[in-house]
Structures are given as structure tokens and as C-alpha cells.
Design a protein around this ligand. Structure first.
Ligand code: NDP
Length: 343
């Protein structure tokens, strides 16, 4: 299948790219800069040589026309588009231009470009997030169960509440825009969204440097650097997680499984805490002992069951048939990968 993958330099997308190539798909992937394009080409010389991988630079996706050219140029026989590119970091100074604009314009821009010039596209898969499922008000409510049908009620006007809120509304508004677009324009393609919570896991080979550590792996980096030695960082109110290889596999199943069309995939491996992450590393990697918190160190406790939301993703589990990778394996593989990258 001919697949276009946006944001190929991203943590999750690098795994999607590897899995697509293993499955012999033909892939066009987009990145922001030529430097990132070169890194991806260098990581997949055989696929480049066989013409199964093309890496294209599209610049800043806050520009509404960023995807026009790459879609028009590759429209012939294109069947699937996987849109993962969207800012996931807290390094911005202006939420509107650096977070919300790329999230919304990127999503609208790619959908418009496909609708206008790529009629052979049958399915679009968008990386949304648990951020578009949860409700901040109900995170501490044990009577709440989040499922595939839950929607974050916040809108762009709520972005000023906190940096995490700004990120969450960027994802929520982008996902809503996509469902609305498909319904309104009666597109030739249908839509699937993947809504993962915090993603852990090893860094893919095409990501050559630690600059590319995604925001969600940062806590494991902090742990290995000794930042939790006397106090483990807060788990935060969410605690749900998924391994990056499962999140990537879900994107591929999202276009392989016909009945996935029109669904939101709530991919959750389980619930964890920073205390559990610290324990797994302490038990499995004695070589880091001098930097790690001992079993007596406070902080990072699991959420109190009586004071936190519940979740149910049975529908996604049944549809995808993925046996989620365990937290032990995910954290251990992440540490091994970070070690190989010099931490
Ligand atoms: P990364 O930061 O590694 O990837 C983000 C990707 O989006 C990169 O390819 C990045 O390009 C691209 N991008 C961001 N902003 C722009 C922009 N303005 N113009 C062009 N490209 C841009 O994070 P992840 O891999 O973790 O995130 C991928 C997707 O998964 C995102 O949509 C994110 O919201 C979603 N997600 C992530 C979760 C997680 O815990 N990791 C959880 C739930 C959802 P560049 O490399 O040039 O910066």
C-alpha cells in the first residue's frame, strides 16, 4: 500500500515508519527540515535505494498550504495518510502560534489537500490523544469512566489555564476539526483517530540524537540522570500509558482493519506511577544505582483509587487484537535504548 506519513522525525512516527517498511509498504514521509530528512534517509538506505521510501520537507505546518505540494505530487495511487505531526512539548512561548496553529492548520491543511487532489485516498488516520478524551474536571472523580466515546469539553478559549491545558485543547480542537471535516465534506476517505495516553518506549534507530527524546520519555531521562534521587517526580493526574511500539502498531492496524473506519482507538497499556517506573529501573539496572532513588524515597505515588477516574478501552482492545506490552518491558527497553544513546 502507498502510505503518506506526516512528521516522520517524531518519536512515535519513527516507529510507524519502521513498521511500515518491515511490512513492505511504500512510504512518503514529511519532515520540517532537510537536516531531519537526511537523518531518516541515512537510517533507511535500502528502502531509499529501492524507491520504497521518499522523505520530503514541508516546513512549518502552521502554514495552511504546507502539505499541498507533497499531496499533489504523490496523489497517484495514494491510499492511506497517517497524520502524526503536531507539537508535543512545553517549550513554546506563545501557545496560539506555536502550538494551536500547527495543530489545527496542519490537520485542516492535510485534509483539504487530500480532499482536493488525492481522490484515491481511502483512509486517513490521525494521531490524536487521551488529551482529547479526558475531562480535566473529572480526573479526580472515581465515578467517571473514560472510553472511546468520551470527549474533552475544553476549547481553545481554555488554553490559558495551564500549559498542559493548552496542549490538551490543541489536540481536542484538531480532532474535532477532522471529524467535522469528514462529515461536512463527504470525503472519499474515512477517518480513524488513535488516542494514546503517555507514550513510553525505546527511541527508534532513525532518531540519532537525544534531542529527539519525546516529552513523555523525559521522566525516564530525569530518573537516569539522578534528578529523582531524593524525591521521585509527581506521577501527575493521568497515570495511563502505552508503549510506543503498540501505539505505532495501532496506526497500521487502523488502516489494515476495514471496520476501524469512523472509530477512535483508545490505546492504553495500563496505569502506572513514577514510583513503579523507578522500581523497575532500580531492580533491572544496578549500574545506575548511585543515581536512583532507593525504595524508601518518597514521591511519585500511584493515584488513590478512590480519588481518580476509571477507564475502559475494551472496544479498542477487541478491535485491534494487540497484546499490550507490559510496563516492565517498556521501561526496561526504554532504559536500554537511552543507554545506547549515551545516558
Ligand atoms: P515528537 O515531538 O517526537 O513528534 C512530533 C512531530 O510533529 C515531529 O515530527 C515534529 O517535527 C512535528 N511537528 C511539531 N510541530 C511542527 C510544526 N510546527 N511544523 C512541522 N512539524 C511539526 O512527539 P511524539 O512522537 O510523541 O508525538 C507525535 C504525535 O503523537 C503528536 O500528534 C502528539 O500530540 C501525539 N501524542 C503523543 C503522546 C506521547 O506521550 N508521546 C501521547 C498522545 C499523543 P520536528 O521533529 O521537526 O519537531
Amino acid at each position: 500500500t502507498k502510505v503518506l506519513l506526516t512528521g516522520g522525525s517524531g518519536f512515535i512516527a519513527a516507529h510507524i515508519l519502521e513498521q511500515l517498511l518491515v511490512k513492505n509498504h511504500t512510504v512518503i514521509t514529511t519532515v520540517r527540515t532537510e537536516e531531519k530528512a537526511q537523518k531518516i534517509r541515512a537510517a533507511h538506505p535500502d528502502s531509499i535505494q529501492q524507491g520504497r521510501l521518499t522523505v520530503v520537507t514541508v516546513g512549518d505546518i502552521a502554514q495552511p498550504t504546507a502539505f499541498d505540494e507533497v499531496i499533489a505530487a504523490n496523489a497517484d495511487g495514494l491510499e492511506v495518510v497517517l497524520h502524526t505531526a503536531s507539537p508535543f512539548h512545553f517549550k513554546w512561548t506563545d501557545a496560539q502560534t506555536e502550538l494551536i496553529d500547527p495543530a489545527l492548520n496542519g490537520t485542516r491543511g492535510i485534509l483539504e489537500a487530500i480532499h482536493r487532489s488525492a481522490p484515491s485516498v481511502k483512509r486517513v488516520v490521525i494521531t490524536s490523544s487521551f488529551a482529547a478524551v479526558l475531562s480535566e474536571e473529572r480526573l479526580f472523580d472515581p465515578a467517571t469512566t473514560f472510553t472511546e466515546d468520551s470527549w474533552n469539553p475544553d476549547g481553545v478559549a481554555d488554553a490559558g489555564r495551564s500549559p498542559p491545558t493548552a496542549y490538551r485543547v490543541s489536540k481536542t480542537a484538531a480532532e474535532r476539526l477532522a471529524w467535522d471535516f469528514v462529515a461536512r465534506e463527504k470525503t472519499s476517505f474515512d477517518l480513524v483517530t488513535v488516542n494514546p495516553p503517555v507514550v513510553f518506549g525505546p527511541v527508534a534507530h532513525s532518531l540519532a540524537s537525544l534531542d529527539s527524546i519525546n516529552t513523555s520519555n523525559e521522566r525516564i531521562v530525569a530518573l537516569l540522570r539522578g534528578e529523582w534521587k531524593t524525591r521521585i517526580g509527581d506521577t501527575g493526574p493521568v497515570g495511563l500509558w502505552i508503549d510506543v511500539r503498540d501505539a505505532a502498531a495501532a496506526h497500521i492496524k487502523a488502516f489494515e482493519i476495514p471496520e476501524a473506519g469512523g472509530r477512535r482507538l483508545f490505546t492504553v497499556g495500563g496505569r502506572t506511577s513514577n514510583q513503579e517506573v523507578a522500581r523497575i529501573v532500580r531492580e533491572g539496572f544496578p549500574e545506575y544505582a548511585d543515581r536512583l532513588p532507593g525504595p524508601e524515597v518518597p514521591g511519585g505515588e500511584p493515584a488513590d483509587e478512590n480519588k481518580t477516574f476509571k477507564y475502559n478501552n475494551d472496544a479498542t482492545y477487541k478491535l485491534l487484537g494487540i497484546e499490550w506490552i507490559s510496563i516492565e518491558k517498556s521501561v526496561s527497553d526504554t532504559v536500554r535504548s537511552l543507554k545506547a544513546h549515551g545516558i
